[in-house]
Design a protein around this ligand. Sequence first.
Ligand code: GCU
Length: 683
Amino acid sequence: AEDGYELWLRYRPLEAEWRSTYREAVRSLVVPQSGSPTLRAARGELLRGLEGLLGAVPASAREAGEGALLLGTPETSARIADLKLPLKPLGEEGYLIRRVDTDRGAAIVIAANSDIGVLYGTFHFLRLLQTRTALANLDIVSRPRIQLRLLNHWDNLDRSVERGYAGQSLWDWWRLPDYLDPRYTDYARANASIGINGTVLNNVNASADSLTSRYIAKAAALADVFRPYGIRVYLSARFSAPVEIGGLDTADPLEPAVRAWWKAKAAEIHAAIPDFGGFLVKANSEGQPGPQDYGRSHADGANMLAEALRPYGGAVMWRAFVYSDTNPEDRAKQAYSEFKPLDGRFADNVILQVKNGPIDFQPREPFHPLFGAMPATNLMLELQITKEYLGFDTHLVYLGTLFEEVLDADTCAGSSGRCGEGAVVASVIDGSLHGYRRTGIAGVANIGTDRDWSGSIFNQANWYAFGRLAWNPDLSARSIAEEWLRMTFTANKRFVAPAAGMMLRSRQAAVDYMTPLGLAHLMGTDHHYGPAPWVDHLARPEWNPVYYHRADREGIGFDRTAEGTGAVSQYAPPLARRFGNRNAVPEDYLLWFHHLPWDYPMASGRDLWAELVHRYDRGVAEVRAMAETWAGLESFVDAERFYKTARFLEIQKREARWWRDASIAYFRAVSGRPLPAGAREPA
Ligand code: GCU
């Protein structure tokens, strides 16, 4: 069935001309015989891929001749050692794919310093075939820019998934460690194919049970499956675990007994999982325990865990998403206020994990002001692949453009203090701007037990885009979308061009029909699905959408300038000036930083109220256009995947209107303004 299970690794027969071209180019396979599990995985993938794409498996050979495909490292293959390829710059994970002339004819070589590099190169090679790329002058050199490229699963031990919209957790804890679902291997293949090299198995709102010996054994079984694919296992650690499962009466990070408990725990985990990656910690946020419960700082807490992991080389990823019960400040300011003073106080195997924006994975936020502000602390970026605030599984929203916007955002925090000199978020997290020793990027996974893994076919593209950008943050959202479409559907231009256009415009559409012009957090309470800008009765101010839009008869928006909460001052001076100036701030962030009168004049010539309505209408119109585009592509897609996407677009169309109608009706009532001339009456 065409249920999407194979993701982008479909390997369906190519068009006849391509088949013969590639068969000509790949006549035999030369893979070291006594390979490691990783090399066997590479060989297995190659056979599976070539058989599917070309309808035949090339013969295996011992010697490279005309048309040979040669795989390996200088250690595993004398042939590759002889070629004296420039492998040094590739590091541990990089690879090279090249056409070489041997004394017996032209061959293609996939070479690396490690078997995992060979595996990555193999997936790249298959991608070249899947996307119908000419092999004539192959000369590819690739290595990841970021060290830790991780998925964060918000999976609970009862298999429910926090903010998961694709079924249950993949991890079948009950049957682990004895039964290994074959799906774990397919999960590893998919991740390795895009260069993801680690996975945090459990929710950041962690249960201490995940650190008990029973669960460590289960995690170890998963780690064994993932290891050949270069994927390390990490765990979310509950800060109060020493009390809950350790029998201590405190989790105070400066208490020797607590430090000893974590050291023993780290040793126990490493005995079961020798390449255990480390801990992810959510502390003193949304009710989670943490060092502040004992009057200690985030640095005290993180450094204690870092000390426990240090003998094994593991990392502590300490989250900067702090959102406490007692914050009297603008919520957008809290993380910076708590962490900026701690810059330089974290151990070198701690990485501060910072969400892309200062609030919480909204359809659009300005980048988080901690990027560029922590030169002496390793920072990594946390993105959300699952679409908590973006329509869950049903809305088609391609996040490649959102990720790209964040990675390309200029922090203006380079040594010159000027903007436009390349001090973008990507240069912070790849370590180049501040010379970080440890670098990373994490994506909150959108994966579950649904046959299509991600709840919809197009949500697979967000998983794909995350991995590709984690490997190379300079890739464009467009090229990734096109590549994914070719691999997932067809390479036909008449399909790829319109489908890519639809994907590339989809995120702006969601911004427009949900929260245009810098508005944020107007979703229904708790579930975050659908509009609720009117909610004002919840106990804490920042739980209420009215806190974020601040609309009244006079105007709308959140004043974060010096006259307001002053949040703009958390950005580098030139940006603080730009964001703080209503005439200079990009319109996309206008109401994020400014409270303005309804008749404020906009660049379009409309006033603010009319522009707001216009944006809502524009979002609805775009979704209508997406549904029409998709309807026109039926002949290119199998019935099952066509139908699912088409029905989901109908849901999105209806819900975009719901968002628009409800939001406009509400703002109209609050402002007392009539619908602008020419605007559509709600249905
Ligand atoms: C959001 C989300 C929570 C999650 C939290 C986090 O607030 O709604 O479900 O736990 O982020 O990132 O920790």
